[in-house]
Design a protein around this ligand. Structure first.
Ligand code: AMP
Ligand code: DBH
Length: 536
């Protein structure tokens, strides 16, 4: 298999190894120590009950044999799409053990995204949940991938003896994460065993994970935040217990928190708001919960404070990216820092810079582009040579596309975004991807997708189209027909005769946005307008 990713320069990799940041281990080895030291300690709890560390380790080894029997080998790429349950954890560890490389697809993705991942990576298999929608995707992508299988066929297959080797490790690829991206096609993020395990280890340390930690996985487990910051992998690394929530609603999660005495969980700001109002309404105080992590999009300081006042838990702001860098507020930071900043980098080895449009470093406190480099920040996307020349500086810094400043105390404050993306309640939409898909409609002569402010989700998307005789409903139907994730369907569709241009002839999205804000749709009416449009 021709796996193409940009490694760290030799001398830097050598240094990370020498300093003990990179250990050469395979991520699957994380479980071994706990399987011996606390075999019965619950590792994962889901709707079918709990399994201890010994059983999880054994199940992962048997699943590795089953995958091997299905022809999956070291270096093969396997697209995995699952609900939040134990089968995901078992199969993930099985793939790590084999040295096969999971693509961490999200449950909301559809045949357009899954088919693309399969083709772009030359995937050996697509493993999916038993849900009807994922089974349909499997049928739709059969021409894109060699093998499609429900995860339950792997985890339910006990005919094999455990697969004991750990095929890969260290500098080899562990998994491919997904980027929210800003380009026409989604970008895949190559993470090695060394770098991912390092990010998991420091996350567990920063978040003080230990064997008493009981973490509720409320967000989709494949996402980098609940998987690794510290998430499922960080909690298993620390010997704690992961409770899998099938959905993030207050109904489901409040019950799981009380039943399993959950101590820690992670949400995006939009969900934190939903939880806050439900908790207030029901006068619910989570007795066991100590920490609520909020990240994926900026939480405003008023909501940050409310998390602590209403729920009576400590907030931890988490600013991160699947490409690497993750920042956390620390539990002993003063309230003001926790409420108003996005924290400090997880590692002293993280290198960050704030620069102007010409990559010139700015004085501390001034707003600019955030660049990041370090022992767990990638040096290039997977098979994306051309894009890599713009997404990374020549000396290997990742251009995050975020605007930020550094406070006198050294904390990061995210002030905006330079990348052409919509952050819809933590779900990122690359404007260019949606625009390209809409342009394939014969009646659409031009289109720009922009972010518009929204009180619930932070942002929603609006497609401004130059298109004769089309309705909003038809515009959305054109995207749905292509089989894309529902969150990419524009919330609002507006029509215009001409898109405004900048001096260099690009679409002037700043102007479009300000025109939108002055238009008849008030900020509060966006959601209602979207619903009405869809019925017209
Ligand atoms: P991705 O590259 O798709 O993993 O998405 C990472 C991006 O999410 C970051 O570059 C930010 O734009 C955004 N993000 C994540 N966490 C936060 C946060 N706490 N505050 C503001 N933006 C965030
Ligand atoms: O938004 C993200 O991608 C994100 C947020 C918080 C992330 O990848 C992470 C923490 O690791």
């Amino acid at each position: 298999m021709n796996v193409t990713f940009t490694p760290w320069p030799d001398e830097i990799a050598h240094r990370y190894r020498q300093e003990g940041l990179w250990t050469g281990e395979n991520i699957a080895e994380v479980l071994e120590r706990h399987a011996v030291e606390r075999p019965e300690h619950p590792a994962v709890i889901d709707h079918n009950g709990g399994i201890g560390y010994a059983e999880l380790t054994h199940s992962a080894k048997v699943a590795a044999s089953s995958l091997h029997a299905h022809g999956i080998r070291r270096g093969d790429i396997v697209v995995v799409q699952s609900a939040n349950d134990r089968s995901y954890v078992i199969v993930l560890f099985a793939l790590f053990r084999l040295g096969a490389i999971p693509v961490c697809a999200l449950p909301a993705q559809r045949e357009a995204e899954i088919g693309y991942f399969c083709r772009h990576t030359g995937a050996a298999a697509y493993l999916h949940s038993d849900e009807a929608v994922h089974t349909r995707i499997a049928q739709a992508v059969t021409t894109d991938v060699g093998l499609t299988l429900p995860l339950s066929r792997i985890t339910g297959d006990s005919d094999h003896s455990p697969y004991d080797e750990t095929g890969a490790g260290g500098a080899e690829l562990a998994l491919l994460q997904l980027s929210g991206g800003s380009t026409g096609v989604p970008k895949l993020i190559p993470r090695t065993h060394d770098d991912y395990l390092y990010s998991v280890r420091i996350a567990a340390r920063v978040c003080r994970v230990d064997t008493d930690t009981r973490y509720l996985c409320a967000l989709p487990v494949a996402h980098n935040f609940p998987l690794s910051s510290p998430g499922v992998l960080g909690v298993l690394y620390g010997g704690g217990t992961v409770v899998m929530a099938p959905d993030p609603s207050p109904d489901t999660c409040f019950r799981l928190i009380d039943t399993h005495r959950v101590t820690m969980t992670a949400l995006v700001p939009a969900l934190a708001k939903v939880w806050l109002s439900a908790a207030k309404h029901r006068a619910w105080k989570p007795a066991s919960l100590q920490v609520l992590q909020v990240g994926g999009a900026r939480i405003d300081s008023a909501d940050a404070k409310k998390v602590e006042d209403v729920l009576g838990v400590r907030l931890q702001q988490v600013f991160g990216m699947a490409e690497g860098l993750v920042c956390y507020t620390r539990h002993d930071d003063p309230d003001d820092i926790v409420h108003t900043t996005q924290g400090l980098p997880a590692s002293a080895w993280d290198e960050i810079r704030i620069v102007d449009d010409n990559d010139v470093d700015l004085p501390s406190g001034v707003d600019g582009h955030l660049l990041a480099r370090g022992p767990y920040t990638i040096r290039g996307y997977y098979r994306a040579d051309e894009h890599n020349t713009v997404a990374f500086t020549t000396d290997g810094y990742y251009r995050t596309g975020d605007m930020a400043r550094i406070t006198p105390s050294g904390h990061i404050v995210i002030t905006g975004r330079a990348k052409d993306q919509i952050n819809r309640g933590g779900e990122k939409i690359a404007a260019a991807e949606v625009e390209e898909r809409l342009r394939t409609h014969p009646a659409v002569s031009d289109v720009a997708v922009i972010a518009v402010p929204d009180p619930e989700l932070g942002e929603r998307s609006c497609a401004v189209c130059v298109a004769d005789g089309l309705s909003a409903k038809e515009v959305r139907a054109h995207l749905r027909k292509q089989g894309v994730a529902a969150y990419k369907i524009p919330d609002l569709v507006r029509f215009t005769d001409r898109l405004p241009q900048t001096a260099v002839g690009k679409v002037d999205k700043m102007r479009l946005r300000s025109e939108f804000l002055q238009s008849d749709t008030t900020r509060l009416a966006v959601r209602e307008a979207a619903i009405q449009e869809d019925h017209r």
